[in-house]
Design a binder for this molecule. Sequence first.
Ligand code: SAH
Length: 477
Amino acid sequence: MSIVPPADRAYFAAFLDLNGKPGVVVGGGPVAVLKAEALLRSRVRVTVVAPELCARLSELTLLGAVRHEAKRFAPGDLVGAEIVIAATDDPAVNEAVSAAARALRIPVNVADDAKRSSFIMPSVVDRPPLQIAISSAGTSPVLVRKLRTLIEAAVPFAFGRLSALGGRFRAASRRRYPDPEARRRFWEEVMDGPVAELMLAGAEDAATRRLEQTLAGEAAGGAPDGFVSLVGAGPGDPELLTLRALRVMQRANVVLYDHLVAPALVDLARRDAERIYVGKEHDNHALGQDEINALMVRLARAGKRVVRLKGGDPFIFGRGGEEIEALAAQGIRFEVVPGVTAAAGAAAYAGIPLTHRDYAQSCVFVTGHLKKGAVHLDWRAIARPQQTVAVYMGVGGLETICQGLVEHGLAPDLPAALVEKATLPEQRVIEGTLATLPAAAAAATVKPPALLIVGEVVRLRASLAWFGAASCALSVQ
Ligand code: SAH
């Protein structure tokens, strides 16, 4: 294997300890700001040398975060500095800074000029105290940015806090496990087990307690703790899943899902995770709510990491509240991961802003579910001017709902739209008015899931629709 690197320079990766040490930035513009801020994050005492400063650097000077030498650069400015960055837009000045720093053997970076730099600055993913530095030795800045985006998405912020927690217990772990091998096993258990799990769920105090117990040998043996994540899967488009939802799915042992969750979403769970269909409310193969609750409790008691996947957001017409009440009553630990609710997804993908300065100052979410053929709604609260109404489960009761709104004072020609299979490639939007929509929906044989949006804002769709074939065809005409 060749040890000659493909780039024309090879770099040695290192993290410098410059805490409290003096550093100089030459230049007063926007690039100098980025460099000065990077140094400040590493607690360098920064002096900026520049005749004039941009607004942000002036602010930092006023705040006392940096010292300003209001002058043109001279080699003497670098005396005593332990790091130097040249960030002016004048190549001759940058060259002079580089030469002076090299003569004094001070590490120097010239912005965007590797040849005049003795070190380059990596792109950094920061999860303090954890830092992930990326460099392509200057060969592919765009690739580095791409990689950084991937890493930003893949590394939870809680890893930083987990790492800090590790730091706080390092000395104690050394006392408890003098043998390095035993100590490594201990930390592996911490980073892979309930302590990390708790930290990722945002329960820092509980994670700390658990770590203390593990260190004291109290929690050794026995079944691991189970945990339930009630997760909002969004309205259908897998891209609308949150990073947190994806993360908990990839850690889950079991995923419970129902008909509102697209199969593509369930497939995002870990390969070896068990998937259990708990079905539709009214079909024969489905489990009742009590059975679902009991199943979650049983799985958690057996030490499983359970994901209960819900369409949209679990706390909006999703019975999520009831499910975690049952868990709380049994002392099962749980977390709730919000999701994009159907109204938000449908509105965005249909080009209908739910609120708008000119048309709607409020928006209400209601369920249009029929009970014994009737819709039970607070009509007066809903049928108000300058308000958008988003109706969930409103397909069956569409006619009753539209009529009810008119009877309670809304204009029959108020625009209304039904968004079927919102955010999915098959999305359809049926537009009309309170008077015409029921017949239009029947003619188009709209089926659930569909979301009804009523209000002046529906008009905006004419210019704001962007998703799907229909809008493309429109823009071609
Ligand atoms: N918790 C879910 C709502 C569950 S109630 C959420 O926050 O979105 C089920 C209703 O949600 C359906 O009857 C329908 O009105 C709406 N819905 C869910 N997914 C939808 C989709 N992709 N398109 C349109 N409506 C949807």
